[in-house]
Design a protein around this ligand. Structure first.
Ligand code: PEP
Length: 257
């Protein structure tokens, strides 16, 4: 056992209205009744729900995170939100470089790097996403793509305490498809090695590497106890308290992977 404390992170994407607070309350209640002390949990709702979610989750075992930020602290950028604003609203971490942002908005590794630095500047953790497309996997380019994304997206001063890498094969996101545990092990082991080159062995050995892509309660045990997998980034299944809690339950009674 390596002793890295696992993290299960929920990415609500563009889902959720005020009524969704009920799911957060339910998650909080479930964890109060039957805690899963073996893992950390964080939920990243849309920015519009952060303040309400902060109030609902106060005093619970669930931390609050946000999705995406502008690289600058403030300025004339209509519609954008800075890391400082997300911190002010209660977030403790920000997901950056998600494949949906890379695809929908053409976000480059350099921009993702700047956003991760913005999170650090605001004293927040950065959850930095990397992962290959289906075509890249078919072309045998998975490791090359992941290496390039890591080299470009990960700020050099990143520390394990405030940085999380999420490996999310794009073809597995929201599709119900998942890589085999052996494939996950290969990429996660590769990422750990790359982190060693980029940040040094000590930071690399402590930094959490999450798997993301169609994680559900039914496949959590299979995917999350693979070597070098330190938790999950969960999209669809994070919207329902019962599913998110079900994924966390995979860790109950078990230590870090
Ligand atoms: C995600 O978008 O980060 C994700 C992992 O989505 P899903 O769990 O729905 O595949």
């Amino acid at each position: 056992m390596r002793g890295i404390r696992p993290l299960v992170a929920g990415n609500w994407k563009m889902h959720g209205l005020g009524t969704s607070s009920a799911e957060l309350r339910s998650l909080k209640d479930r964890l109060a009744e039957a805690p899963v002390p073996e893992a950390d949990a964080i939920v990243c709702p849309p920015a519009t729900l952060l303040a309400r979610a902060r109030d609902v989750l106060a005093g619970s075992a669930v931390a609050l995170g946000a999705q995406d930020c502008h690289p600058l602290p403030s300025g004339p950028h209509t519609g954008d939100i800075s890391a400082e604003m997300l911190a002010d609203a209660g977030a403790t971490a920000i997901i950056v470089g998600h494949s949906e942002r890379r695809t929908d908005y053409g976000e480059t590794d350099a921009l993702v790097n700047a956003k991760a630095k913005a999170a650090f500047r605001a004293k927040l953790a950065a959850i930095i996403c990397v992962g290959e497309t289906e075509l890249e996997r078919r072309q045998g380019a998975t490791l090359e793509v992941v290496r390039r994304q890591l080299q470009g997206s990960l700020p050099r001063g990143a520390r394990a305490r405030t940085t999380v890498i999420a490996y999310e094969p794009v073809w597995a996101i929201g599709t119900g498809l998942t890589p085999t545990p052996a494939d996950v092990a290969e990429v996660h082991g590769f990422i750990r090695g790359e982190l060693g080159q980029l940040l040094g062995q000590t930071e690399a050995s402590l930094l959490r590497i999450l798997y993301g892509g169609s994680v559900k309660p039914a496949n959590a045990s299979e995917l999350l106890f693979v070597p070098d997998v330190d938790g999950a980034l969960v999209g669809g299944a994070s919207l329902k308290a019962s599913d998110f809690y079900g994924i966390l339950l995979a860790y109950a009674g078990r230590g870090a992977g």
